[in-house]
Design a protein around this ligand. Sequence first.
Ligand SMILES: C[S@@+](CC[C@H](N)C(=O)[O-])C[C@H]1O[C@@H](n2cnc3c(N)ncnc32)[C@H](O)[C@@H]1O
Length: 707
Amino acid sequence: MALGPALACTDESGCINRLTQVECLRDVCRCGVHCANQRFQQHAYAKVDIVKTPDKGYGLRAQTDLGRDEFVYEYIGEVINHDTFMRRMAQYKTEHIEHFYFMMLQRDEYIDATKRGGRSRFINHSCSPNCYVSKWHVGRHVRMGIFAKRRILAGEELTFNYNVDRYGNDPQPCYCGEPNCVGTLGGRTQTDVVTMDDRFITALGIADQVAQLRASLPRGKRSKILDEDFSPTLHAIAEDECARVMTVMRDATANRKMVQMLLTRVRLTDDISVHKMLVKMHGFVVMAGVLDEWVDDWELVHLALQCLEKWPLLARDKVVDSGVGLQVQQILEACKRESESEKKFEGHLSKVAMLAQYLVHKWEQLPTTFRIARKDGTEEDEDGGAWAARRRAQASSSTQASHDDTTSSAVSEELRRSLLAYRDADKNVPTAPDVPRSSRMKEEPRKKDEAQMHKNSLPSIEDIIRRANEDSEAQQKRLLQQQELELEEQKREKERKEREKKKRRAKQHDEMRGGQDMASTSASKRASPSSSESHIVHKDKRARSASAHEDTDIETLERHLRKLVGALVIKQMSKVRDQLDRERFKRHAKEVSTKSVSPLTLLLQLTQVLCDKEKRNPKTWPPRLPEGQPGLRELSEDKRKKMKIFAHEYIKKLLRHKSKAHMSADTSADLSTQPDTSVDASIDLGSPSSSTTKKPSSPSLSPPSDT
Ligand SMILES: C[S@@+](CC[C@H](N)C(=O)[O-])C[C@H]1O[C@@H](n2cnc3c(N)ncnc32)[C@H](O)[C@@H]1O
């Protein structure tokens, strides 16, 4: 089934490269730009923060959630050989460097991130980690990646198990704080089952046995017994275990005990389909790594040859491409040399010699074919192509004319290009001759440290921290800016709504007032062209002033006016309190001073009337502060004076009216309940007095001089 671009070379795609931890190569993978298996090459790192921990120095923290098996970071540093590694360990001790940053890459290759490296150097150890370390092949290089072991939430500290891959000077106390903490980090060997990573235990197919044993042992003795006495029963490999076995074999190539157990599982397997699958999972490439690493160890070499003998082949390509053919040939020659000096084949040596002879002969019988590029783009072997190219370039370009790119009409374009690429690359990078390690080890120096070549391109630790700080500062700045923009946007939106609300209110207000004015005008029959015009002028002015002061909170101004006028009215009322019923006065005073002013009582009406009068005056409403902007702090002296006179007159009139009504308990002038409409009629100050009352002499609220 053809997979969409989104799935190209993902875990779900079935891409063999991805499954066996080989990166597809740029310009080679047929999925082109959609290929998701180039994470090392593309530096597709997770977003992380460098943080200070309470007792482990700095640490690394996830900035975002991470999915299981997601690529976190590459472990970057100087790649050094064993001699340099030993020298630096001693040097760092004398320099009193507190933290260790070594990680083993493969035999005789270590990554040192002490002085130069990437952010991954800050990842601390945990006995129950949320990440794991895994080796990937990227072109000709083995590279160390850190991956999420489970789903990780943003903010969690990232950790992996140092006891699997990391080397330091001496064991250090562990402060991971996990319930299963083994107490120390570093100083252990990678073969200790007690510290062994779950992935390895699963690949060995011994998870149940380890769990049982752990459960049956007393706590204190667990690690000792597991390390020294534990020899698990190994079983044949099932088909669904092939990818795991091969990836762990690649990861643990330098771990003798692990390699031995995994090879034993391969040897115990009889199912031909499992062997086919192992071959498909780059089995020959992984085996070349194992032979390269353990070429001096006859027992392991024997075991490896026993596995190779089981692997089915129709053509010689994989043997040649991986370099295993050449290695086995050289093993055979080494056996011969050894036997000549010893004058006899013994033990593993004789078995190795016989098996090697057999394999060399068997493979020679096989034809050499070339893979034709597939059209569906779903498979396979971009890396196989690279390895093929490398091996051919290194070992057999002259003897195998048919491998030459000039004869490549039958060869896939992908293979041809990777051949060219690697030949070019090989021109620049000195590689060790393909000879058994025993002889290679004698060469001094054995191999130029890649570290020396890349040293100057690696950032220093100060650079990393500085850059991390800059990054996080920039990010914080971006976040702040974004927040500010959002706040501004919210503010604008709020203001817009407020304006609309005010417009609506002003419109309603105008309509109401228009209606009232018209009604009062027609009722009093005082309408003259000039007053009608002035009403329109007023209305216009009001509308203009409303729109000019859209931003003013009219409601607040009104409330404030009511408070000021209310206080003034209360003062006036208190002057005649003796004439008023005490209880009633109190009640009204309370009502006046609260915000819920409504025309329930006549006295409230007095406040209301004064306020309405004030608000009707376009010259003074809405009021302005001396600074010019809309607002109201207090009433001007002039205005207070006028209002006092008005209130005084009003109250006097009321009392007169009450005494006229004989102050009966059930009087219609009951101040607490019903509006006294007779009095109400007498206080229409904005219009000529009713026929029954005289207009007060001086309550006119002319514009105050200070506004
Ligand atoms: C690769 S460095 C990790 C970064 C280091 N914390 C730093 O500040 O640069 C490894 C060192 O960190 C410290 N470390 C890491 N994990 C630790 C743990 N679980 N307990 C105590 N120290 C730890 C040890 O000193 C160790 O040698």
